[in-house]
Design a binder for this molecule. Structure first.
Ligand code: NDP
Ligand code: AKG
Length: 446
């Protein structure tokens, strides 16, 4: 690590004490970006990166609500408005007990690069709450969402900041949030994405992150004239991203061996086919049950408290949460012959794991490139809302595919070294940065 990088990371650490996830995300970017910035005097002089790590605004608020027993509950709400140089703030809301400022700042920072990579005019934000939807009644989830939006509505708007879903926030929560926004403001507009199709949502938005991830993997495999047909794939998670990544892998002829939740993973050597996947969708989205039930129903192994990375595979898709794949997991994957890791989740691989992938010279795609399909189709939902129009499934899916191919090309442009090795991490960091940097230069010191 050179002195400029060390100095920059130290400064960020001093200004953001007790924010390990944010520091991790910034350090990862700084390592590939600072050598590039050193060669671009205009970015260095204007302190673009120093400004990028400072959110434009952070809102923290109280979210009080009454549970079904009539008791008062209090949660904490956040919105990190990270960067609006290329468009209004845009990024998901996460409802999970682990949510804190560090987690949301790392997510908002990653979002800036990701949104830029999509080529769409969307800035970056992220928000959420330490509220846990698990085990809550429908009524409690609705009450919480209404209270959350009763403060958030002041800070968002279809030209200001457009939240969407993330962990713990799906179509149900977006519905309650939208209903409350409409009720308070008396307006029906595109303030949120991930809406139901009947009330302004886009076709393919639910599928977009998972499908986009697999389109990106296909582009990587094309680099060595390969396809997904017959490949063994391990997937973590069983939520939105995992479900639709599995669906697209199955459609492309790959064999999906594992899925997981926060309590453990299932291993189905026969492969999870579309019918079994429909069972998982119903189990997780409607019954809100545990993945363990799959093992009982389809008579396969369940590994409580473990993650799926010890299962032999060609391709690994971490699709659950941050830091879910560590050094030991990375070494196991390499030892077992895995040659491609693509992140559906945000920052699921630890820095030590990424170093192992780079050393082994396998395909490694960071989330900001590989999972950008979700926010890309959110951007397309905003366009449709502005036009008061909806596009067909095929139209949106083709645009998604094109965007993922373009992101792959940008990674090649900035990440290919003289020996032909592609560092997707470096490519995504520089490719995402340049557009934001140019916009910030043009807009002056703001
Ligand atoms: N939704 C989207 O469009 C996008 C999502 N992402 C990222 O993808 C990841 C998954 O999001 P999404 O699928 O939307 O979320 P969901 O809430 O739909 O699903 C999350 C899945 O991850 C599991 N999980 C959550 N926390 C943990 C944990 N601490 N340890 C182990 N497993 C965990 C959940 O298990 P359980 O049910 O037990 O909690 C569940 O299976 C996140 O990193 C998110 O930021 C990235 C781009 C877009
Ligand atoms: O669709 C969106 O606006 C945001 C999706 C998201 O949260 C993400 O890309 O991590």
């Amino acid at each position: 690590m050179n002195e400029a990088i060390r100095h920059f990371i130290q400064k960020v650490n001093e200004r953001n004490i007790g924010e390990p996830e944010f520091l991790q995300a910034v350090s990862e970017v700084a390592e590939s970006l600072i050598p590039y910035i050193e060669s671009q005097s205009q970015y260095k002089k204007s302190k673009i990166l120093e400004r990028l790590v400072e959110p434009e605004r952070v809102v923290i608020f109280r979210v009080p609500w009454l549970d079904d027993k009539g008791e008062v509950q209090v949660n904490r709400g956040f919105r990190v408005q990270m960067n609006s140089s290329i468009g209004p703030f845009k990024g998901g809301l996460r409802f999970h007990p682990s949510v804190n400022l560090s987690v949301l700042k790392f997510l908002a920072f990653e979002q800036a690069f990701k949104n830029s990579l999509t080529g769409l005019p969307i800035g970056a934000g992220k928000g959420g709450s330490d509220f846990d939807p698990k085990g809550k009644s429908e009524n409690e989830v609705m009450k919480f969402c209404q209270s959350f939006m009763t403060e958030l509505y002041r800070h968002v708007g279809d030209d200001i900041d457009i939240p969407a879903g993330d962990i713990g926030v799906g179509k149900r929560e977006i519905g309650y949030l939208f209903g409350q926004y409409k009720r308070i403001t008396g307006t029906f507009n595109g303030v949120l994405t991930g809406k139901g199709y009947e009330w302004g949502g886009s076709l393919i938005r639910p599928e977009a992150t998972g499908y986009g991830l697999v389109y990106f993997v296909e582009e990587m495999l094309k680099m060595k004239d390969d396809t997904l047909v017959g490949k063994k794939v391990t997937i973590s998670g069983s939520g939105n991203v995992a479900q639709f990544a599995a669906e697209k892998c199955i459609e492309k002829g790959a064999k999906v061996l594992t899925m997981s939740d926060s309590e453990g993973f299932i291993y189905d050597p026969a492969g999870i086919d579309q019918a079994k996947l429909e069972y998982i969708k119903d189990l997780k989205d409607n019954l809100r049950g545990r993945i363990k039930k799959y093992a009982t129903k389809y008579k396969c192994e369940y590994f409580p408290g473990e993650r799926p990375w010890k299962i032999k595979c060609d391709i690994a898709l971490p699709n659950a949460t941050q830091n879910e794949l560590d050094l030991h997991d990375a070494k196991t994957l390499i030892k077992n012959g895995c040659f491609c890791v693509a992140e559906g989740a945000n920052m699921p691989c630890t820095p030590e794991a990424i170093a192992v992938f780079n050393k082994a010279n396998i395909f490694y795609a960071p989330g900001k490139a590989a999972n950008a399909g979700g926010v890309a189709v959110s951007g397309l939902e905003m366009s449709q809302n502005s036009q008061r129009y909806s596009w067909s499934r095929e139209e949106v899916d083709n645009k998604l595919k094109g965007i993922m191919q373009d992101i792959h090309q940008l990674c090649l442009k900035y990440g290919k070294d003289p020996h032909g090795h592609i560092n997707y991490e470096k490519g995504a960091n520089i490719g995402g940065f340049v557009k934001i940097a140019e916009a910030m230069l043009a807009q002056g010191v703001v």
